[in-house]
Design a protein around this ligand. Sequence first.
Ligand code: GLY
Length: 433
Amino acid sequence: MRVLLIGGGGREHAIAWKLSQSPHLTNLYIAPGNSGTAALGRNLPLPMPKTGAPKAEIDAYLYRVTLTARDLGIDLVFVAPEDPLAWGLIDRLENAGIAAFGPSKAAAALEASKSWAKAFMARHDIPHPTTASFDDLEAARDYVRNAKTQLVVKADGLAVGKGAIVTSTAKEALQAVDELMVQGIAGTAGSKITIEERIGPREVSGHAFSDGKTFVPMPLSCDHKAVFDGNQGPNTGGMGVYSPPWWADDGLAEEISRSIIGPAVEGMRTEGRPFKGIVYPGVMATERGPQVFEFNARFGDPETQALLVRLKSDLLEIVWACANGNLKDVDVEWSEDASVTVALASDGYPAAYKTGLPISGVEEVDSDVAVFHAGARRDADGTLVTAGGRVLNVTATGKTLAEARQKAYANVERIHFEGMHYRRDIGLQPGES
Ligand code: GLY
């Protein structure tokens, strides 16, 4: 089978790595890919427009991808990132007669519009925090002044991880409203905002494969969004993940499937937007039970890296079945092992950082530990150099979470680039150091 994978981060390297293990795969193309995917298939020079790019640029991109898929005789396009899903790449491909894995534009609204998603959750009794949406600045400020709880202020549209501001006081919440609606830190995505009750204490990522009719849940995983240990500092795209959560029993996963993923897949189907792809609710485990603070319409990054090393079944068979509406015919098995992914980041990330710095030690990593490339590239003489904020994801498995963690960090220490920083508490359990 000839597969084209869209994307170029750590998530896509992990997907390419897993797809490459399938006996059904004959050719793998990745657009645009990175230095990691280059070792597994052919990277194509099809750079993706940035979030919020002009419509003409997006249209040209959608056209080029569809044409390339047709010219290469691609059997399946796997669209991994949220932007091309929200732009309608799946619709374009399917209209051109090319099978594709990912939600349609209408289904991707679950992630692309926070206000649409909240209204959808209300219609289908999916538990979520109290939320209000605003496109009027004064109304938003009034809501904050009258709120009785701590608040999270979010841009309505896609905002590359800059769209959600967690606040502790009314002053901070008012500042967040101004940052999004007046200063425009998330671009046009922040011209409309949602303000929701801040819930907690524990965050968990639920993921499921869906073919639009049914779903198969994946194990739970826990991302670490803050840049420093102990959840200190500004939010990032994710500094590390462990799976499964040591603090949860099977009941939490079952409840997330029962009260969140099942009603979401069924609700999208009954509303005429069948969701074919990865449903990924961001969930808070609260005293009231699991509550959705956001829906995503794709694999999480870096959750994917920690999940796919636990997947025993053939990923290509699963996504092909989803694309064709036959998920019920496929077995999806997971390893009992735990996994830990540690993101190695550039000095300064998530603010400004330098790129082009040589990376050493990747070849010294144990053979059973995966190093998924994210913001990395090969320079003209083949040297691996930094090219982004999150550079590499070191991913290890173990019989226990403690073993996976020990293995991941032992291997992290063999890798070096100037200014490299990472969290040291991914998967850390009480009483461990
Ligand atoms: N890990 C967070 C995300 O993928 O949105």
